[in-house]
Design a protein around this ligand. Structure first.
Ligand code: CMP
Length: 147
């Protein structure tokens, strides 16, 4: 059964010119990129996307980081997409990823616990929320959906 997940290349990934390398890793791992869109997040949108972290001490810095430049948002599809994309990107802390998961995407393009260059949904429920957050054609009840 095919599954969809949500992926994002964060501002440091785009400004560091890692887009092609990241997309190659995505395609080599058997994902299909169903949708992609470059967007510039404002504070309100970044805050809403990361609402679950709004009470954390790192939240203001996270919003500042995520609004510091454009991001590339994608819908990926394959069997077991949610877990497989999380495995491919590696641990949240890119510094640790370089040691424990040297072939992961975050080891390749991330810097530390905050600037980790990519995002991946942590569950099928998050994937559904995050996909429909950016791609209205995937929100339930969408009229004229091609899916
Ligand atoms: P992400 O997996 O997209 O989800 C939340 C983001 O907050 C995380 O990646 C990092 O970019 C950022 N972040 C900053 N500090 C922390 C922290 N202490 N724990 C988790 N995430 C953090």
């Amino acid at each position: 059964e095919k599954e969809k997940t949500f992926a994002m290349i964060k501002p440091d990934g785009l400004s560091g010119n890692y887009t092609d390398e990241i997309k190659n890793a995505i395609l080599e791992s058997g994902f299909i990129i169903l949708r992609e869109m470059t967007v510039r997040l404002d504070e309100d949108t970044a805050g809403k996307f990361y609402a679950e972290h709004s009470s954390r001490s790192f939240f203001p810095a996270l919003v500042k980081y995520m609004t510091s430049g454009p991001v590339l948002v994608m819908v990926l599809e394959k069997v077991n997409a949610v877990a497989d994309w999380r495995a491919l990107i590696g641990p949240t802390d890119a510094q640790k990823a370089k040691v424990t998961h040297p072939h992961s995407i975050r080891a390749m393009c991330g810097q530390d616990l905050e600037k980790n260059c990519v995002h991946g949904s942590d569950s099928p429920q998050s994937a559904e929320r995050e996909i429909s957050f950016f791609f209205e054609e995937f929100s339930s009840g969408a009229v004229g959906s091609k899916h």
